[in-house]
Design a protein around this ligand. Sequence first.
Ligand SMILES: Cc1ncc(COP(=O)(O)O)c(C=O)c1O
Length: 408
Amino acid sequence: VSPPTSFLTRYAAAFGRSEAFMLRMAGLTGGETTAEGAWISDNTGKRWLDFGSFGVHLLGHRHPVVTAAAIKQLDLMGLSGKVLGNEAATQCGDALIAATPSNLDRVRLANSGAEAVDMALKMVLLATGREELLAFRHSYHGKTIAALSLSDTLPTTAAIGLRNQVHFAEVGDCDAVRRALTTRRVAGVFVEPVQGEGGVRPIAPHFLAGLRELCTETGTALVFDEIQTGLGRTGRRWRSADDVPPDLLLVGKTLGGGIVPLSAVLFSSSVIGTSAADPVVLASSFAGGAFAGRIGTTVLDLVCDEQLLARVRRHGEMVRTRLRAAFAGDPRIREVRGEGLMIGIDTSAGSVAGSLVVEAAKRDLLLSFCLSEPQVVRVYPPVVIDDDDLSGGLDALIAAVTATPVPS
Ligand SMILES: Cc1ncc(COP(=O)(O)O)c(C=O)c1O
């Protein structure tokens, strides 16, 4: 067991002094070593309640069913040999197709969310022969150069990538979308049904339905990025793909069960033809492995269960109701919003959000900011959390806001 100073010294040596400084300032001086359910333990023996996790841990850490499947699979096979088709990965592909709207009849497996976004980009560019793309203000799609190009809100990256090919519209501005699409130069529209890293902003279903109509009219591919919203996080199997069928659907985060990176692109073979989905252009050494495949199939089984989805909705409603009541009229908090267990606290200033995260850590609660809208703090408890822990976590969160200075 390393003492905390030694951990941060080693951390600084490996990852840089400024990263270590941020952890020290936040009081996060230990290194996480073990985790179970909603709890993470560090190498100082401290236990933390995890409401952070970038949207990956809907099923909590080391969910017993997922862990058992992983251990079983390790006795059989890990990554694919890449010459034969893989049995476990095929089961995962079948389960993904069975869990999506019927127009999505094909799937490609990938590793990270950004890789799935890249894959979808290649598919829509190749399938349409067009060169332009449309994304939205406050969007976030990942950190490969192409995915960053579709992401609105990371200013330091504006100079790199495919920026000249990407139009950004305001969510809700149908005229701007129509103007861009009627040129018939746009290959695909990329949209998150609830924008996550850009500040937990739900998009109205009627706007998504409008996008569907405009895309159909203009021969543009509609891509729903449900990497964060999909597979139960919003209390539904898909936040929007069941109501408004996209041409491509991106899934990640929860799919890996908190154990393995796993993502996928589901697509309609009538829109993305064989040459646009060519494995030579899309395959990777790690994607389509047996281990990830087994975990994906297990996760799909768990998160498509109506009882689990109902629990997400119930917990989410309870959290939002309690936080809204606690913060009514509080000058530090502008809004509590979100769906299911995808909840954002929009604070009145970046300094409030910073203090809130630090004060929460003092109370053994882990929170994180939205990546590209740091004044919004995420509240993402896992669905497996028990009622007492959830209530205790909310007590800590409310106390952390109370301890935060009101900005002048
Ligand atoms: C909507 C959305 N798309 C894509 C990504 C990128 O996923 P990954 O971090 O696995 O590359 C994220 C990550 O936060 C996301 O929220």
